[in-house]
Design a protein. Structure first.
Length: 340
């Protein structure tokens, strides 16, 4: 058995010396040291040896195994080093040249402004609600006091899928869905950021744009609460010197209704081309929730009141950054986007 072990050792070392690849080395390892290898096969016969021979043959077997493993590891390391040198020599890469800088992504300005708006209203105690962009006519119009024959629907000409299914024209349907889910419990304070769709396309309008809607319902809510909250929003978004004013307006789902202006972000209210020399810029619409909207959503309009407001994120972004064309936000021009 000792002679067999030495023959295995000599044969293995000879084959290792002639190995030319990592695959050859692996085959030699399996052939001699594997579970079904030559060395393992010889060792299985040690059970037939006498008690005096077994320790000596075991010692020889361990020595043979160590010599084969040591030589196998040495040749493997040398071969890997040789292959690495060959690969580096074949490459044209000059490792002394400076590396290529990675272009890191950044948030789109609309995303930045949306998150700023959310942070302001979250700080005022509002939560964020979401709803479907493919909406039912009932929630988009009828539940907001816009029946099928109402002329105000012409102001929101939109994309219909069927006579009763459309792409929402504002985020206000989520107000109705929220009130239906929570009525008659109060208070309700939510903002609704999301995409909306209208058939518009020019320097200040897009067929797809973003809105943030707001709703608060509680006992004894007044127009003064709405006025004070929007003043806080304007100051935090555009700066502490920002002034606001309300102008009477009309929305079917609020009564009374108002448009909200801020002092011009360019001239500070003195008058310039941006504000048409009026000193004011319009930013959003708002009002007290119409009693009929409250009733249709499950609330008793004699017991609770509410206010609502809605703003276009693109409009806020243009005023915040002094942009003169809304389409810049959707052109995907990195020269423009990398400025933010």
């Amino acid at each position: 058995m000792e002679r067999k072990l030495m023959q295995i050792q000599d044969r293995a070392l000879e084959e290792l010396a002639g190995a030319g690849s990592l695959e050859d080395l692996n085959e030699i390892r399996v052939r001699y040291l594997g579970k079904k290898g030559d060395l393992t096969g010889v060792l299985r016969g040690m059970g037939a040896l006498s008690a005096e021979e077994r320790p000596r043959i075991g010692q020889v077997a361990n020595q043979v195994k160590e010599r084969i493993e040591d030589r196998l590891n040495e040749i493997t390391a040398n071969l890997k080093d040789h292959l690495t040198r060959q690969r580096l020599a074949a490459e044209t890469l000059d490792i002394t040249l400076p590396g290529t800088a990675f272009n890191f992504g950044r948030l789109h300005p609309l995303t930045v402004i949306t998150r700023q708006i959310e942070d302001i209203f979250l700080g005022l105690g509002f939560s964020i609600a979401e709803g479907p962009e493919v909406e039912l006519d009932y929630y988009n119009f009828e539940a907001l006091n816009l029946p099928k024959d109402h002329p105000a629907r012409d102001m929101q000409d939109t994309f219909f899928i069927t006579p009763e299914v459309l792409l929402r024209t504002h985020t206000s349907p989520v107000q109705v869905r929220t009130m239906e889910r929570t009525a008659p419990a109060v208070p309700v304070k939510v903002i609704v950021p999301g995409k909306v769709y209208r058939r518009d396309d020019d320097a200040t309008h897009s067929p797809m744009f973003h809105q943030v809607e707001g709703l608060a319902v509680d006992r004894r809510i007044t127009m003064a609460d709405l006025r004070g909250m929007l003043q806080v929003f304007a100051e935090q978004m555009f700066g502490p010197e920002t002034r606001t004013r309300f102008r009477a307006s009309y929305f079917p789902f609020t009564e009374p209704s108002a448009e909200v202006d801020i002092s011009c972000t360019m001239c500070g209210g003195k008058g310039c081309r941006t504000c048409s020399h009026t000193g004011w810029l319009e930013i959003l619409g708002c009002g007290m929730v119409h009693p009929r909207v409250l009733e249709m959503s499950g609330y008793n309009s004699q017991e609770v009141t509410g206010f609502a407001f809605g703003m276009g994120v693109e409009r806020i972004t243009m005023l915040k950054y002094g942009l003169d064309d809304l389409r810049l936000l959707f052109d995907n021009d990195l020269r423009f986007l990398e400025q933010f």
